[in-house]
Ligand binder design. Structure first.
Ligand code: BMA
Length: 806
């Protein structure tokens, strides 16, 4: 497991949204940090860290072995079946007892009964909810004790499993009795095809007591009501609980500009306050690559005669719409941002760790930096993980990364009883309200692959559902994903569209290519050749992918140096796809030489992944506006393992992430057989020059062509078709086409094309790469002018380019 790195970045970023309570008497007591824990029934208390999980606390106490090493996952499984107690003592002086006090848990994982000084105050059953509770009457002068019982999520859900008259599928859940669907908890913790099973328990997000006098702010919100080029109409609303009848002065400022300056008369109890103001000629928030993600920072001050509260709030002005319209082909699926159709470029995001509290701010900063650097403008927060921390959304706001936000339901069917629905409703409202005002938020989506599951994965037969069972299950589905969730989105976040399920239609159906979004798994699961990606181009590719091995340093995090071979125990334990390692080998053998040396094999596995996915990415972008999005599976990893990711657990860029950076650039030169296309995501028409050079592998020029071009904005266009008679003159396995696009003097795009697959190329082994490091730049060249294919620079840092053809 990686060590936690504390960093200052969190503090800097949160300066934007933190509350500053100026009044002395208004304060909070952070209850994070040192706690104690033990297994229920044990007598000895051990030290614990909050936020944390029971697994990480056991590991820190040397009671279990590294959860990510070798096959330790199996040895650590017992933890999920036990109940665990956590406790913390804290001390209060009399002055605090005179105040109002509210205990705030941002996240309890999951079945938690909370006692304060021996009295039960919370019973929770949903990891995704936050809990706020008045505790004035429970607090004592001097020592206070907070105690929490976490019950085994697996055991706790068993009675629900046992009493339901039919089975609900949840194939990710690696227990015989698949109980995960009864518990509102991150689905991937029960196992997934890229991650281990670690069913965590604990206080996974911060906990504090808020002390207050006079008034308590329940909500303080700014949001966009209307947006035109001339003005943005902004609403300020607040929900304030007041102890007394009093006057409250509200001021909202943008820099020195006063937007609201008003007095409100508060009644005792709940008060709803509201006002509006305009921003003239607002600068728009734009996704990465389309403009700046402009953010406005407002100062909000609320004052009574005794108390002064201030908070900074950020806003980004933009309109966003999912366009799904019937057309001559089927039905469109694309996003319009500020009225402009945007080509979505990105990947599917999964939680960054099995032990979520280990993901510190520097890891969030690092991953979004990598996302932006690879020219992505959208991530899909996949439904088998979590609703992410606020910092994640803040960073996406700052970097122009649009977010497609799934609700947390994936690849399973869920119960529909009223307690479950009530729980989901509370979870959805909590999270919709928390996330709705982020300018990066582009879409709410009901679930991952559950509509597809119902119609295509054969469970009706497999689980022998009666007609009545089927009707019940489908009705529960409809109720959750076509009534409850869309209604809640309409009520609480009406400016953001809702999409029932991703994908719209399963990949076995022809319509999946002509309507809605698609998860195309004919490559990998269907074992089809990569070339099929160029034929199966959907309207919006929200999932498709291929696996690779991570680099050696990452492998060493879970295997010894003498286990560096594909059949070693840890390589199996860290490959969770049922068809994993042999599928990588199978595809490798089709298009690449299969190295016998393991380190070479790891490197080639990454080339295979990048090669395959670039066929998809280029074909999809060429097909714009028919296709308007490429989100591959998957951006990242939750542990050091072998998976579909482009970034490994430690944030290292695999060849795929470099390839994505290339293929997602604003301008892309792409070849389909002999035809050369240029894809432009630029919002301006431009004049450019395309230089094509057909060369042999010694650098000998065989044919060249220069074309002056006028490229229309936001378009893909066929520019030139190389005549057959030119290509046919040369041996196809000994030539390449080097294509460069210049705007003025500036090289804006480059691509190298081959006419046969990599393994058929007649490459010279007599290559002489040379290096020189100067002023922080690494210069690399080919000494004898011969082609060096997929040059890989092994470093401990990510570079601006790697795995490239020189
Ligand atoms: C997709 C995802 C995940 C899975 C991946 C690879 O469909 O939604 O469920 O990990 O496929 O199999």
């Amino acid at each position: 497991m990686r060590p936690i790195q504390h960093s200052l970045i969190l503090i800097l970023l949160f300066a934007f949204s933190a509350c500053h309570n100026k009044e002395k008497s208004n304060s909070s007591l952070d209850l994070s940090g040192d706690w104690q824990f033990k297994k229920q029934g044990d007598s000895i208390w051990l030290s614990a860290i909050v936020p944390g999980t029971v697994q990480t606390d056991l590991y820190a106490n040397h009671l279990i072995s590294d959860p990510f090493y070798g096959d330790n996952e199996q040895r650590n499984k017992w933890i999920e079946n036990e109940n665990w107690m956590y406790r913390k003592d804290f001390f209060l002086d009399l002055s605090k007892l005179k105040q109002n006090a509210e205990l705030i848990f941002e996240g309890l994982d999951t079945y938690a009964t909370v006692f304060l000084n021996g009295k039960q105050i919370i019973e929770s059953d949903n990891m995704f909810r936050s809990y706020k509770i008045e505790i004035d009457s429970f607090l004592l002068e001097g020592k206070n004790r907070l105690e929490i019982l976490f019950e085994s999520p697996v055991q706790k859900a068993l009675p629900f499993y046992d009493t339901l008259p039919y089975r609900l599928p949840a194939d990710n859940d690696r227990n015989d009795k698949q109980t995960s669907v009864f518990t509102r908890k991150a689905p991937y913790q029960y196992g997934w095809d890229w991650g281990p099973r670690y069913v965590t328990m604990g206080i996974w997000r911060p906990v504090k007591i808020q002390f207050w006098d006079d008034f308590n702010i329940i909500e303080n919100r700014l949001y966009q009501i209307e947006l035109t080029d001339e003005k943005a109409l902004v609403a300020w609303i607040a929900e304030v609980y007041s102890d007394t009848e009093t006057s409250l002065f509200c001021s909202v400022q943008l820099g020195k500009e006063v937007k609201i300056d008003r007095k409100f008369d508060l009644v005792k109890g709940i008060n709803h306050l509201a006002d509006t103001f305009n921003i003239e000629h607002p600068k728009r928030w734009w996704p990465n690559g389309y403009g700046r993600p402009e953010l406005y920072v407002f100062d909000i001050q609320l004052k009574t005669k005794n108390r002064d509260f201030s908070e900074k709030k950020r806003m980004g002005f933009r309109t966003i719409k999912l366009i799904t319209e019937k057309d001559s082909i089927g039905e469109s699926f694309y996003f319009k941002v500020n009225g402009i159709p945007i080509y979505a470029k990105g990947a599917n995001y999964i939680p960054q760790d099995n032990f979520l509290p280990n993901v510190d701010s520097s890891r969030y900063v690092q991953i979004i930096k990598s996302v932006k650097a690879s020219n992505m403008n959208m991530l899909r927060v996949w439904g088998g993980g979590i609703y992410e921390n606020d910092l994640f959304y803040d960073l996406c706001d700052e970097n122009g990364i649009l977010l497609w936000q799934d609700f947390m339901f994936a690849c399973s069917l869920y119960p529909g009883d009223s307690a479950f629905i009530h729980n989901v409703k509370a979870e959805a409202i909590d999270n919709i309200k928390r996330l709705r005002d982020h300018p990066s938020l582009a879409l709410w989506c009901g679930n991952n692959e559950i509509n597809e599951l119902w119609f295509n994965w054969g469970y009706q037969k497999k689980y022998s559902y009666s007609n009545k069972d089927s009707l019940n299950i489908w009705d529960d589905y409809q109720n959750l994903f076509n009534r409850l969730l869309p209604d809640l989105v309409k009520e609480w976040s009406p400016q953001i569209d809702f999409w029932e399920s991703s994908p719209k239609i399963g990949w076995g159906h022809a319509e999946s290519m002509s309507e809605g979004d698609s998860h195309y798994w004919g490559i990998w699961w269907g074992k089809e050749p990569f070339e099929v990606y160029a034929k199966k181009v959907p309207r919006f590719a929200s999932e498709f992918g291929f696996q690779s091995f991570p680099q050696r340093s990452t492998l060493l995090a879970f295997a010894d140096s003498n286990q560096m071979h594909i059949d070693s125990k840890p390589m199996h334990a860290h490959q969770k796809s049922s068809i994993g390692n042999q599928t990588i080998v199978e595809y490798m053998a089709r298009d690449f030489p299969v190295p016998t040396d393991f380190e070479d094999f790891v490197y080639v596995s990454q080339l295979v992944q990048a090669y395959g996915l670039s066929i998809a990415l280029e074909a999809q972008r060429r097909a714009k506006p028919y296709c308007m999005g490429s989100l591959y599976w998957q951006l990242n990893d939750c542990w050091p393992g072998i998976s579909w990711s482009g970034l490994d657990y430690f944030g290292n860029w695999k060849a795929l992430h470099y390839e994505a950076q290339h293929d997602f650039a604003t301008f892309l030169i792409s070849m389909d057989e002999n035809s050369v296309y240029i894809v432009s995501d630029s919002l301006a028409d431009i004049d450019a020059n395309l230089e094509l050079k057909l060369m042999d592998f010694n650098g000998q020029l065989l044919f060249s062509k220069n074309s002056e071009l006028h490229l229309s904005a936001n378009r893909s266009a066929l520019i030139y078709t190389i005549p057959d008679e030119i290509i046919n003159q040369f041996a196809s396995n000994q030539v390449l086409m080097n294509a460069k696009l210049y705007v003025g003097e500036k090289l804006r795009a480059q691509n190298v094309f081959y006419f046969v697959s990599p393994k058929e190329l007649r490459l010279s082994s007599d290559v002489k790469p040379e290096f020189k490091l100067k002023n922080g730049k690494l210069f690399v060249w080919s000494q004898n002018g011969k082609l060096i294919k997929n040059l890989y620079l092994q470093t401990n840092t990510n570079l601006s380019a790697n795995y490239f053809d020189l």
